[in-house]
Design a protein around this ligand. Sequence first.
Ligand code: SF4
Ligand code: SF4
Length: 430
Amino acid sequence: MKFTFKRGVHPAGQKTIAKDIPLREFPTPAEVSIPLSQHIGAPAALCVAVGDRVLQGQKIGEASGFVSANVFSSVSGVVKAIVKKRTAIGSYCDHVVIENDGAYEETLLSRLAELTPDAVKSRVREAGIVGMGGATFPTHVKLSPKTPVDVLIINAAECEPYITCDYRLCLEKPKEALEGVRYLMIALGVKRAIVGVEDNKPDAVSSLKSVAPEGIEIVSLKTKYPQGAEKQLIFALTGRVVPEGALPSDVGCVVDNVHTALSVYEAVALGKPSFMRAMTISGKACSNPGNFYVRNGVSYEEIASFAGMLPETVKVISGGPMMGFAQADLTPSTGKGTSSLLFLNEGEVSGGDKPISACINCASCASHCPMRLMPMFIERAVEEEDAAKAKSLSALSCLECGCCAFVCPASRPLVQSMRRAKKLIRARGV
Ligand code: SF4
Ligand code: SF4
């Protein structure tokens, strides 16, 4: 039996570029610039001043609401400046610039006295853990669902092309990741967890299966994009359908990424807050691809230089090629959600650079949309500024997965249209 969802697409995987390169630590530069907004929700409030000496793991930004997350220094050193800088997603926020003294003198969170649901939840919040798959939603919020939950789903699908850091974690740290899953199960009070891995990574499935304790199932999913999207993953693994406008917890599920589970392990068992993550550097326009543990605050410029960015680079993408963000320059710094940085040549992006032409009503976008939307009609509603129509066509359910744009023979910028539709609906208060 193949565990999967209906529709979706099959982009070229491109995983072979980095998949066999083990994780190693990225050489941290003499200065890091750590964003205070590395998560969905309110930016963290600055809690250090210029001139302060900070330790690795010391809090430098305090969560400023329930949907927010603490931010920690990734090195020891002196705070040199607070600057406003662009992030990888195009917004601006304060960054704490720290001169790295190279000592990596650290401070850890106190040892947990007991493993109760409340203790784990509060540790996850204290450690600033967010969705490490790239969504960056604060994990402690997911651990307090309003409706009863009976299954924890762990996303180890890694369905975006090129990215292989979660795959490496499954191979290199399966015990730690599954221990993190166990802590998440304690926090949610559930007895069952299912870890979904795409079937193009059979060795990751075997690695996890070899150490999985009772109550944690490892399931091989059909390789298809976007297999790792929450609603698609829930359907593939449980057959449950999350209705429009509802949350996974409304059908008894919570979904977390496998890297998030590893971060939970580090916070609970080792007292380590979230200031470093596994990341893939890949693409045919760099000479030194691989998988790295990268501290928060390393500039993309440093990464490009280490990666050996080649002159034929025509596009740099933060995140995967389907849902990531193309970068206008290399000023942003790594954060909790930086799963990859891709250096792509002409051949790798040529499909996306075809001239835009008129819609030919082929309906290919609709027949591949995993949310069963009709992107061509939503695009027309946006062009007519008809917010009510866009809403009635369920534009708010769009995952921004990019399947529609990927298959469109007219190269319509459909994802941008979906984003515009959402903005229009919210701006008009429909
Ligand atoms: S309309 Fe949205 S959910 Fe559907 S394929 Fe396009 S981006 Fe994905
Ligand atoms: S795939 Fe492109 S050309 Fe075909 S209906 Fe959709 S928007 Fe129009």
